[in-house]
Ligand binder design. Structure first.
Ligand SMILES: Cc1ncc(C[n+]2csc(CCOP(=O)(O)OP(=O)(O)O)c2C)c(N)n1
Ligand SMILES: [Mg+2]
Length: 886
């Protein structure tokens, strides 16, 4: 807001004096009340007083209200300096190897104090007395976190030297990756924006666990560190409203406002701290700005006319950055020098004194005060906006420079400067080696670190690999799904799944661990029956009588509710799922989340989060509802998914299935529970569910293993002589394949064996494993891939049809021993009837027949004329454009 003109300073003074008196005598709360009354009165009288989300460009906590930092600040400073040094050393030593490994110096250099104060004074490791605080660390600050772990003796010199060299197992990961360092890192953050949004839902999930009596989480905090540049990601700010609405006072964001991102300034022409303050305050957060360090305090205390504040407010970030890229003389001239009176105020300070005027984020006293206020604050989440200098301490090679982010070289002179600045005991003649520094075992610094670890229950970060195991229910628990649906009864796999889920939540042992998650699609999937039965989680219960309270299945919100209804918010729902799916690790309580969503709005919409779920070692079920390019028929191009299995298949530990029958769903989920909940394997499941109703047969004898491996024989054509084909299918299209088998027999005298293939992805994984083994063991008897084993004793060409792109079923081609034809739904979807769509995409029974006849003709087992005859018989248009071109 523009500063308003003061047309009557005397009158202003009187008002301010009155306020000061109230503040002094009655305190800030009373002052706040009176001010609100005045504003309210003015507004009611018609004055236009626009809401102002910003406070002055000053620290939120005035010096007299700062809680003093405990501990030995001398030792903490030295320890921090050693961490700084080692973080730089590991990047520079890596750089010497010329392996083009990369690494970052400037980010951690700016953030060191922010982390250090947390490590030393606030964060609890998981222990008998505490569930552990959860810290989302900024990915490219990892060197600093490793450097501290090195000082603690948790990492060796060899490991630091192998930073970013992980292939031979000696190294440590570039960024926080639980997949690569499962005992160390808890949260993958480095894809910008994913840390903040995950942290919000993590904090919310801790509440959920507490409210449902699954774990005691009341004393645990979630801290999330992020860059100011990172705040431009929609995911960073996208869920802050939820955090405020839920009153998540167990959540603390720390935004390292070093004013720079990778290419240059974050807001050269503005002030990122003020912008973020407004965003967060507007959303209902408690905002604590930590802008100025203690050296500014005396200057600010004397700023009676507000001139210093005026100068602070008018300078933009581009200028602030430049000040720190120069020196004290420059700051004197260009910051204070703008106003002669201001310049006069620093006349008795040397250039060094002026240079020492520090930013809040580098001042442990200010940072401590902010953190202390944040953990005490109740009713709101807190964001700490800490102003720092990118490349702090790097001097001329990086400090405040636009190139700072990627600077991973420091000439010896710069290194010497850094050593001197932080007083690292390394001799001149050793500098060239850039040795690590670790204080002696019995030094006060080493002892101090040990004391901190003891007081805080251990080291941070640390990750729990396994929690208690829960027994998976036996398959009979889902008996109803294993039997035929019966005369005239038709259901969809979605309905089958809902029945399964209903049975599962009733399970005595694991029922309460189940977390159904929906993004406003319960009714779409026929799950509204669960509302009443399980309740929808709400931290405040239900403050109203729902409109449908007289109904059996009314909309029931409950503090004890089990369902997470996340609203139209797939990314948020996925983050809830991720929190639940890693609760075994983060809270030592295994939870079993089932997140059901429109399949198009899962891997495609939130692909980066699903990828991070793999890294996270998430365990749970993702259910792509109303899946298939032609099965969800009326919704058109943006809804009809024919590729989620391909996207899911890119995640190495994501196990995927496209079942057709209820018993397949049951077998798959039961086995998933066995693997994830009982055996604690770090995999997660993606299962597509459809909304097409049809009768379901019972579980065939001996089919279980094949279902799980991805392929089993559904029907055998018998011992008839003559041409024969092998037909493969999955999902709803398997039913077209079955029908094609019948047509082949009745119309063309061709015998078909029909195979249900619930997972071409799993078949491929098995196949590549066999091929790899054979490649590496040329002299041994070759292993046959499972597909080869299945098809070994069979005859005739192989035809596959699914509701997914051709590349899905095509993946197994290497192990199909004979001619292989694949049909699929390449192209944009559109709305129409299922029959029309399946004809349009050329995947229906007639096309399966056609492909089979063509393959037989190519093999010389059928005259080519028969194929032309079939085209005519089924009215297939041969000159129409390919479906993926229109
Ligand atoms: C989604 C995503 N986009 C881009 C990047 C590449 N990247 C890594 S760090 C960085 C700049 C970060 O700036 P900021 O958030 O201000 O952090 P700082 O290093 O300044 O603390 C970029 C663009 C990334 N990691 N993730
Ligand atoms: Mg930055």
């Amino acid at each position: 807001m523009e500063r308003l003109q003061d047309i009557d300073p005397l009158e202003t003074r009187e008002w301010v004096d009155s306020l000061e008196a109230v503040l002094e005598v009655e305190g800030p709360e009373r002052a706040h009340y009176i001010l609100e009354q005045l504003v309210d009165k003015a507004r009611r009288s018609g004055a236009y007083l626009p809401y102002r989300a910003n406070t002055a460009y000053l620290n939120t906590i005035p010096p007299h209200l700062e809680e003093p930092i405990p501990g030995d600040q001398g030792i903490e400073h030295r320890l921090r300096s050693f961490v700084r040094w080692n973080a730089v050393a590991m990047v520079l030593r890596g750089g010497k190897k010329d392996l083009e490994l990369g690494g970052h110096i400037a980010s951690y250099a700016s953030a060191a104090t922010l982390y250090d104060v947390g490590f030393n004074h606030f964060w609890n490791a998981p222990s008998e007395n505490h569930g552990g605080d959860l810290i989302y660390m900024q990915g490219h600050s990892a060197p600093g976190v490793y450097a501290r772990a090195f000082l603690e003796g948790r990492l060796t010199e060899e490991q630091l030297d192998n930073f970013r060299q992980e292939v031979d197992g000696k190294g440590i990961a570039s960024y926080p990756h639980p997949w690569l360092m499962p005992d160390f890192w808890q949260f993958p953050t480095v894809s910008m924006g994913l840390g903040p949004i995950q942290a919000i839902y993590q904090a919310r999930f801790l509440r959920y666990l507490e409210h449902r009596n699954m774990a005691k989480t009341n004393d645990r905090h979630v801290w999330a560190f992020m860059g100011d540049g990172e705040m431009d990601e929609p995911e960073s700010l996208g869920a802050i409203g939820l955090a405020a609405r839920e009153g998540l006072d167990n959540l603390i964001f720390v935004v390292n406002c070093n004013l720079q991102r990778l290419d240059g300034p974050v807001r050269g022409n503005g002030k990122i701290i003020q912008e973020l303050e407004a965003d967060f305050r507007g959303a209902g957060w408690n905002v604590i700005k930590v802008i100025w360090g203690s050296y500014w305090d005396p200057l600010l205390a004397r700023d009676n006319d507000g001139l210093l504040l005026k100068r602070m407010e008018e300078a933009v970030d581009g200028e602030y950055q430049k000040f720190k890229s120069r020196d004290g003389a420059y700051v004197r001239e260009h910051f204070f020098g703008k106003y002669p009176e201001l310049k006069a105020r620093v006349a008795n300070m040397s250039d060094e004194d002026i240079w020492r005027l520090n930013r809040g984020g580098h001042d442990p006293h200010k940072v401590y005060a902010a953190y202390a206020a944040a953990v005490k604050h109740s009713g709101q989440p807190t964001v700490i906006l800490a102003k720092t200098v990118k490349g702090y301490g790097m001097g001329a090679v990086g400090e405040g420079k636009n190139i700072a982010h990627q600077q991973k070289k420091m000439p010896e002179q710069a290194l010497r400067h850094f050593r001197d600045r932080f007083n690292i005991p390394i001799a001149d003649d050793k500098l060239g080696e850039i040795p690590y520094f670790r204080p002696a075992e019995n030094s006060p610094e080493a002892k101090y670190l040990k004391e901190i670890a003891a007081a805080r229950g251990g080291s941070i970060p640390q990750r729990r690999r396994k929690s208690i195991s829960l027994p998976a229910p036996k398959i009979d628990a889902f008996k109803a799904l294993l039997e035929p649906t019966g005369e005239g009864r038709e259901i969809s796999t979605t309905m089958a799944f809902v029945r399964l889920l209903t049975a599962l939540v009733r399970d005595k042992t694991i029922g309460k661990h189940v977390v159904p998650i929906v993004p406003d699609e319960s009714r779409t999937f026929g799950m509204e029956g669960l509302f009443r039965q399980l309740g929808i989680y709400s931290s405040v219960g239900q403050l109203y009588e729902p409109e449908d309270s007289d109904q059996l299945m009314f909309y029931k919100e409950d503090k004890n509710g089990q369902i997470l209804q996340e609203g139209i918010n797939e990314a948020g729902a996925l983050c809830s799922w991720m929190a639940a799916a890693t609760s075994y690790s983060n809270s030592n309580v295994p939870m079993i989340p089932f997140f059901i969503f429109y399949s198009m709005f899962g891997f495609q919409r939130c692909g980066d989060l699903t990828w991070a779920s793999g890294d996270l070692r998430a365990r749970g079920f993702l259910l792509g509802g109303t899946a298939g390019r032609t099965t969800l028929n009326g919704e058109g191009l943006q809804h009809e998914d024919g590729h989620s299995h391909i996207l899911a298949g890119t995640i190495p530990n994501c196990v995927t299935y496209d079942p057709t029958f209820a018993y397949e769903v049951a077998v798959i989920v039961q086995d998933g529970l066995r693997r994830m909940v009982e055996e604690q394997q770090d995999v997660f499941y993606y299962i597509t569910l459809m909304n097409e109703n049809y009768p379901h047969p019972g579980l065939p004898e001996g089919a279980t293993e094949g279902i799980l491996k991805g392929m089993y024989k559904l029907s055998d054509g018998g011992s008839a002589k003559g041409p024969r084909v092998q037909l493969l299918g999955s999902g709803t299209i398997l039913r077209e394949v079955i029908a094609a088998g019948e047509l082949l027999k009745s119309d063309w005298g061709v015998t078909a064996d029909v195979w249900s293939c619930p997972s071409f992805n799993e078949l491929r994984r098995d196949g590549i494993a066999a091929s790899r083994w054979n490649l590496l063991h040329p002299a041994d008897k070759p292993r046959a891939a499972y597909v080869e084993q299945c098809l070994a004793g069979t005859k005739g060409p192989v035809v596959a049809s699914t509701d997914y792109m051709r590349s899905y079923a095509d993946q197994i081609r290497e192990w199909v021993p004979r001619r292989y034809k694949v049909l699929g739904t390449d192209g944009f979807g559109r709305s129409d009837s299922r029959d029309n769509l399946r004809r349009f995409f050329e995947i229906d029974r007639h096309y399966v027949v056609l492909a089979a006849l063509k393959a037989l003709a190519e093999d010389g087992d059928l005259p080519a004329a028969k194929v032309a005859e079939a085209i005519k018989k089924y009215g297939i248009q041969v000159e129409r454009p390919a479906p993926w071109t229109v």
